[in-house]
Design a protein around this ligand. Structure first.
Ligand code: AQP
Length: 333
């Protein structure tokens, strides 16, 4: 049995990038009976960037409902909110004492986010990878499915785990990252050199999994491509077209090569319509299921509570193992 762990921040609305790069794979992993899957809403990570309380609350509820709407099942997987499981914060503190400031200040995401939020370079922003390491290590995860942007954080998680194990013996399982073959980095529709990101101020750059079909079509029709006319998969020279082909491949469940071959004679405008229509079809069932779930907050909260209880039970065992190894006096009772 393999343990799969992954998380997503409720820092906006789930994007097509999040779905293709991460959540879609969570679903396939859940479908394999040999996997034990644990998925979290990384709400503690989300406050590394200032959030309005009502937005954090609404986005968290919305994400929880959406995870279920896209096919994650609380009967098969543990699905919880990170802030409901106190062991995450506690392990993050302990791991801080085994992590070097230099390592954290070199992290690409820290540098990017510090530049983006120069008015609020808080300690949490720098400590983000340590909290992420705590998330993963608490559950003895074997595999962590993530998009390409998170790979560096998986590497540092492995480094921290190995460092602790070298000092105290076998405390943590050393996890592997899992990057999807297609779609590990879905790019902005307006700037195909940058990743599609929840917080992009330009709404035309991002497809939200809850966008209405006509909005999705409009955004794809406006997608930035190039001044050429040839459809070819060439990420270096044709970033926009390659991004559309990657999205099409996932939406139509085929390889990028196949998508490229089928579309090679099309005009750019026709390709955009085809990608838009396929994405609309892929997302269509999620919308109605989401509407049903978000209307039943009591049910969502009950599922989140049960998820947190299951997660906490597993997490406490790992945390205790580490606390005892460090030499803390065991808690009584
Ligand atoms: N564009 C993307 N392509 C492929 N995978 C992606 N992921 C994110 N964007 C893409 C993957 O989604 C998972 C959850 O990501 P996250 O919650 O850490 O947040 P984010 O979407 O990466 O955050 P943003 O958009 O960058 O957030 P903001 O805009 O709030 O700062 C991860 O596995 C990630 O790899």
């Amino acid at each position: 049995m393999k343990t799969i762990y992954s998380a997503i921040q409720p820092s906006g609305i789930m994007t097509l990038g999040n779905y293709i790069g991460a959540v879609n794979n969570w679903q396939s992993m859940q479908a394999n009976a040999d996997n034990k899957c644990i998925f979290a809403l990384a709400d503690l990570h989300t406050i590394t960037v200032r959030q309005k309380p009502e937005d954090l609350f609404n986005n968290s509820m919305s994400f929880y409902a959406l995870l279920m709407a896209v096919g994650l099942d609380v009967k098969k997987s543990v699905i919880y909110m990170q802030s409901h499981v106190r062991q995450h914060s506690e392990l993050a503190w302990l791991l801080n004492c085994y992590t070097y400031v230099g390592e954290m200040s070199r992290m690409t995401q820290f540098k990017d986010k510090s530049a983006k939020h120069s008015d609020n370079i808080n300690m949490g922003l720098m400590d983000y990878p340590v909290l992420m390491a705590a998330d993963i290590l608490l559950y003895d995860a074997d595999l962590v499915p993530v998009g390409y942007d998170q790979l560096q954080h998986i590497e540092i998680t492995r480094d921290i785990a190995l460092r602790v194990n070298n000092i105290y013996g076998d405390i943590f399982k050393v996890p592997e990252g899992f990057i999807p073959k297609v779609g590990a980095k879905i790019m902005s529709l307006q700037d195909p050199e940058s990743k599609m990101s929840k917080s992009d101020p330009n709404p035309n750059a991002v497809i939200s999994c809850l966008d209405a079909p006509e909005v999705i079509m409009k955004k794809f029709k406006r997608a930035v491509t190039d001044s050429d006319t040839v459809i070819a998969y060439d990420p270096e020279n044709k970033a926009g077209i390659s991004n559309l082909l990657r999205i099409l491949a996932v939406a139509e469940n085929k390889s990028v090569e196949q998508a490229e071959k089928e579309c090679s004679g099309l005009r750019y405008g026709d390709l955009k319509v085809r990608v838009g229509e396929s994405v609309v079809e892929m997302l269509r069932p999620f919308r109605s299921e989401y509407d049903r779930l978000i209307a039943d907050k009591a049910y969502l909260l009950k599922c989140a509570k049960e998820g947190a209880e299951k997660a906490s039970e597993i997490a406490e065992k790992t945390l205790k193992r580490f606390r005892d190894a460090i030499g803390f006096v065991p808690r009584q009772g």
